[in-house]
Design a protein around this ligand. Structure first.
Ligand SMILES: Cc1ncc(COP(=O)(O)O)c(C=O)c1O
Length: 383
């Protein structure tokens, strides 16, 4: 076995022979784009999430961007969102010329704290963009009732949360629309890819048009009603997506098993904080398994743990860095109102551990042993 074989990557797609055959069948058909696989994938996604419409696009970021444009965000509008997320959930607001307004996170769920929404509300607030971080559902009851009370759109960033449920309802079906993503670290993958899900027929039609340059066909000619994009996904990608979606429950269950092993093997490690169990009525479809060093450690300690893990051939990641600290965001936004002590304290201590549905118990044990050893070294240095 070479050293490379022993390496444990941060994530790995779960591809089987059916997936390969599905893509090969699409290739043999000659229909590589705007063909029947796109429609079939969309129908499967809508059914799985429980929405009337799904529009498959080239990435989760594209899905979010189309939604910001389709929902009519304009320069000067404000969108309340979380600073503890993948950068795309803030970038999409900036693409539309609108302003992200950050709200701190709940220290347990690591999702936007609905108790703080009031402080962020202004006359310019148009939308709330909650992110179901690492697959954990946001507190949708509180978020939706605040949004209803103040007549705000809710767009769920469910890019990490396909398969998660809240009060027996799929995440992604609460707001006016949601974005899904299918990068290879996600529960199901299309290589690159994403989708919009919504019950709104007008929004669905608009998103469909915006994905394809806002093109309208009439007979043999076409025209363009407004500024659109090329955010199309290919049939090749959708053929893989259909095959993956067929076994999504199995993939999600397998991820849950891996998360369970981590919980069991790390339960007694007092130097770390494990992800809390889902709140009553919620189910997590795990996208990433992220632990935190306890409060007596700092960012430097965390970075050394990452280094030690890398030395052992185990790929971990500091996930997420807080968005409001990125230099370009500060340049774009100028002074950022509010403070985000929880997000900052969490982001300084997180370690995303290798996670996928193809991990073996033995690999999880290796990760946990290496983590414990690196923590012992850090802890003894601090005494
Ligand atoms: C929370 C979140 N939002 C948006 C995205 C964007 O998805 P994509 O990388 O497909 O553009 C991701 C992808 O990792 C994500 O994790």
């Amino acid at each position: 076995m070479t050293d490379d074989d022993k390496k444990i990557p941060l994530s790995q797609p779960d591809i089987n022979e059916d997936d390969i055959e599905a893509v090969a069948r699409c290739l043999r058909s000659g229909r590589l784009s705007r063909g029947p696989w796109v429609e079939e994938f969309e129908a499967g996604l809508a059914e799985f999430i429980g929405t009337k419409h799904a529009i498959a696009v080239s990435s989760g970021t594209a899905a979010l961007h189309i939604l910001m444009v389709g929902l009519g965000l304009r320069p000067g509008d404000e969108v309340i969102t979380t600073p503890f997320s993948f950068i795309a959930s803030t970038n999409c607001i900036l693409y539309a010329g609108a302003r992200p307004v950050f709200v701190d996170i709940d220290p347990h769920s690591l999702n936007l704290d609905p108790r703080l929404l009031d402080c962020a509300l202004t006359d310019r607030t148009k939308m709330i963009l909650p992110v179901h971080v690492f697959g954990r559902p946001c507190a949708m009851d509180a978020l939706m009732s605040f949004a209803d009370q103040h007549i705000l759109d809710v767009v769920e960033d469910a890019c990490e949360a396909i398969g998660s449920r809240y009060r027996s309802q799929s995440v992604g079906s609460f707001g006016i629309a949601a974005a899904l993503a299918f990068y290879p670290n996600k529960q199901i993958t299309t290589g690159e890819g994403g989708a919009i899900v919504t019950n709104d027929p007008f929004l669905a039609e608009l998103c469909r048009a915006l994905r394809n340059q806002a093109r309208a066909e009439s007979g043999a000619s076409s025209h363009y009603s407004r500024l659109g994009f090329n955010y199309r996904i290919t049939d090749l990608q959708c053929a893989l997506g259909i095959s993956q979606l067929r076994r999504i429950r199995q993939l999600v269950a397998r991820r849950s098993e891996v998360a369970g092993w981590y919980r069991e093997l790390l339960a007694d490690v007092k130097e770390i904080i494990l992800p809390v169990p889902p709140e009553e009525g919620a189910e997590i479809s795990w996208c990433l398994f992220v632990i935190r060093l306890s409060d007596r450690f700092g960012e430097g300690d965390r970075d050394l743990v990452l280094e030690r893990m890398a030395e052992n051939g185990i790929e971990c990641h500091a996930y997420f860095p807080v968005i409001h600290r990125e230099a370009f965001i500060r340049k774009e936004l100028g002074p950022i109102p509010g403070s985000f002590p929880v997000a900052e304290a969490v982001a300084a201590r997180t370690v995303a551990l290798p996670f996928s549905s193809v991990m073996s118990r033995e690999q999880v044990e290796r990760v946990c042993n290496a983590l414990k050893a690196s923590l012992v070294r850090r802890a003894s240095r601090r005494c």
